[in-house]
Structures are given as C-alpha cells and as structure tokens.
Design a protein. Structure first.
Length: 207
C-alpha cells in the first residue's frame, strides 16, 4: 500500500456555516468564490441563482426552532436570505481541501438588523454571545472534541479586527470582520492558513 504524500489533498474539512440566533434577524449571504485570485483555482462557487445550489447545502437545527433559508434577490444581488425568529440554525457545506494549496474563502454578506441581546459586545459572555451573522471554517480532526474552528462574525459594538476565544471552547477562535453599519453589502476574503496561524499560533497542517 502506498503511503500518502507529504501534502495529501484531503486533509482539511472546511464547513462554511451561517448561524443566526436572534429575534427577528434578517441576514443575506452570497458565497463569491472560495479561491479567486491569480494563480489559484476556484474550487467551489455559489452565486445562489438557482434552487439546485441550495441542495448542496444542509441545515442543522440547533434549538427548538429552525431558521428560514430561501433564495432571494436584494439590491440586484442573488443570495440566500436567512430570517430568524428566536431560532438557532446552521446552514453548511462540506469541502475537503489541502492545507498545502493555500486555501482562501470569500463571500458577501449583509445584515439588516442586529440582535437585541448583544448590547455590550462582550465576546466572553455567553449571555451576550449572539451575532446577526457568522461564518465558520471548521477543521477536520479524528476526534470531534479536538476539532478546531474559526468563527468570523459581524457585530454591532465590537471593533473589527478583535479576536477572542469562544466562551464555550478554546478550540473555536472568534475574529470580528465587520462592526456596526447594518444595511450594506460587505465583501470578505480570508486566507485560511494565515488566519489559523494568527489565532492558534500554529501552522495549518494535517490533523
């Protein structure tokens, strides 16, 4: 049996998750390209212009109530609209990528209303831990409790660039990308390996 090469392709499991856990929150999301610059290839792209693309994503209900996810058009942009009424839900897509191929992820998102619970913007307080928009990148681990994740969030009161441990587990690191200013589309592009090193202090590698 051949041993795998030094940098096997299927070493990283990326799950982009839209999580909404707030009363009356409206959140629009559009995956732009996972890799979209220069020498890099586009691995997956979701313009959300047809119902078939929604079928490639799955929902995981995290409370008694699910979130309403539907195709929509907002400001001429095709997207997924998530409407939450006292609910918590994850909308996710799985993709295996190689840490050796410099993985990027990019998306556009828009928040119409911030959750009322997150008034003080305390990332370490479980009672304040509620965001209008979140995107997770979850890294594969042989044992689920050891799985690490990066949680990109859009907050109302915490300054962009702020990083912190999740109040639930140190295996999840929070990075604030946007702060306040609802009602506008924002474009994001993240170097996953670079963010992983910044947040966990280690190079991204096979786990």
């Amino acid at each position: 049996m051949k041993r795998p090469g030094k940098h096997p392709i299927a070493v990283l499991l990326i799950i982009a998750i839209i999580t909404v856990a707030a009363l009356g929150t409206h959140f629009f999301y559009r995956a732009r390209r996972s890799i979209d610059i220069g020498k890099y290839e586009t691995v997956e792209r979701f313009p959300f212009s047809s119902a078939g693309e929604m079928n490639e994503w799955k929902e995981k209900i995290l409370s008694r109530h699910g979130t309403d996810y539907a195709l929509a058009e907002h400001d001429g942009v095709s997207c997924v609209k998530a409407v939450s009424e006292d609910s918590a839900s994850a909308f996710f897509h799985k993709k295996r990528l190689s840490y050796a191929r410099a993985p990027f992820i990019s998306w556009s998102w828009r928040v119409e209303e911030f959750p009322s619970a997150n008034k003080e913007g305390n990332l370490n307080d479980k009672e304040q831990f509620d965001f209008a928009a979140q995107v997770y990148v979850v890294f594969h681990a042989r044992f689920l409790p050891k799985a690490r994740a990066i949680q990109y969030v859009w907050t109302r009161d915490v300054s962009s660039g702020t990083v912190a441990d999740s109040p639930y587990t140190k295996n999840v690191k929070i990075m604030v990308l946007e702060s306040a200013e609802a009602g506008f589309w924002k474009n994001e592009k993240r170097d996953i390996s670079k963010d992983y090193y910044k947040l966990f202090g280690k190079k991204l590698e096979k786990m």
